[in-house]
Design a protein around this ligand. Structure first.
Ligand code: BEZ
Length: 327
């Protein structure tokens, strides 16, 4: 669904009231690239309930899943113009406008999902959110995530040399591209919505992906080898259009902040609790070969190379490494 249709759907809600004492009613349009079955989408729906109860029924949510509004990049533009109220986007998408956010994609930053949650709730990560209004025209309320990233391929990856020349689908973002280029792969940036078909028709050889999405889409149908690398956490950032935000009273901004934060927290908690069970689900998939516990050493000195390149672009790489060293 593109902009014109969205404007029609949200026609009533989009009526602009000045930020006076008048109680505004609003159905917030929320865009996501993920399908309705994904935890993010479930939490966005639940956020609608929370917004309704905190606002005495004035606020609700209309979710636009599965990239109905376009790519994440297009959704970011819609937030900037105020055509879209809110979006739950990958932080990867935002790295093109906020290079400091690339530090959240530092390879092998954390060993486990509990530490990923601690990083996302840290003061350092929250500081990066403060850069968003100026760089993107959107207010970053909070982070959540979709777990840790693993690697899946059509042919076995027995050593890092096997990645050489592999057409490796990546989420379009500079820190991902660097990592896979350093691994000798041929990065193929593409939105989530195109990944299953591209694997099925052989356009790509391998993907980096989280358990939740692997299970939801069934990528193992065409990529029967998985390296359990946990090589990156994969955060989400909950955004509100700066224009929409500016139209709200401080009291309403507080309601929105509280509701969104509650569901970022719930999302993080669900991923922390669910990660081990999702691995068990995949272990039970017939025909899927999983190599568990693949560490950074498998990739030679690529992580050090990545750090050297990216520490020159953002001091958050070193700050987050120092933070995690203190856990
Ligand atoms: C991806 O681009 O790989 C992705 C995006 C959102 C959720 C999960 C995965």
């Amino acid at each position: 669904m593109r902009l014109k249709t969205l404007a029609t759907v949200l026609g009533v809600a989009a009526a602009v009231f000045p930020a006076t004492g008048i109680a505004q009613e609003r159905a917030f349009g929320v865009g996501l690239i993920t399908p309705p079955v994904h935890v993010w989408n479930q939490e966005v729906d639940a956020m609608g309930e929370t917004l309704g109860s905190l606002s005495d029924g004035r606020f609700s949510v209309t979710a636009f899943p599965s990239g109905q509004l376009g790519s994440e990049n297009e959704m970011l533009q819609q937030l900037q113009t105020g055509a879209l109220d809110m979006a739950w986007l990958t932080t990867a998408e935002v790295t093109t406008r906020v290079p400091d956010m690339s530090a959240l994609h530092t390879p092998f930053l954390v060993d486990n999902i509990e530490d990923a949650a601690r990083v996302l709730r840290s003061d350092e990560a929250r500081e990066i959110l403060e850069l968003l209004p100026r760089a993107t025209g959107a207010v970053g309320i909070c982070y959540a995530m979709t777990g840790m990233r693993q690697m899946m391929s059509r042919e076995a990856m027995d050593s890092a040399a096997d990645l050489d020349g592999m057409r490796f689908r990546i989420t379009p973002a500079p820190p991902m591209r660097s990592f896979f280029e350093m691994l000798g792969a041929a990065p193929a940036p593409m939105p989530l919505t195109q990944v299953y078909d591209s694997l099925a028709n052989g356009q790509i050889d391998a993907i980096a992906m989280d358990y939740e999405s692997i299970i939801n889409f069934g990528y193992h149908d065409h990529a029967p080898y998985m390296l359990q690398t946990n090589h990156q956490m994969f955060p989400m950032v909950a955004l509100v259009s700066g224009r929409v935000w500016a139209q709200m009273s401080p009291e309403d901004q507080e309601i929105v902040r509280e509701a969104v934060q509650a569901h970022c927290d719930a999302t993080i908690d669900r991923f922390v609790e669910g990660e081990a069970g999702k691995l068990e689900t995949l272990q039970a998939v017939e025909g899927l070969t999983i190599t568990e516990g693949v560490s950074k050493d498998f990739f030679g000195d690529v992580v050090e190379q990545w750090d050297t390149e990216w520490a020159g672009q953002t001091d958050y790489v070193e700050r987050l490494r120092a933070l995690v060293a203190g856990f």
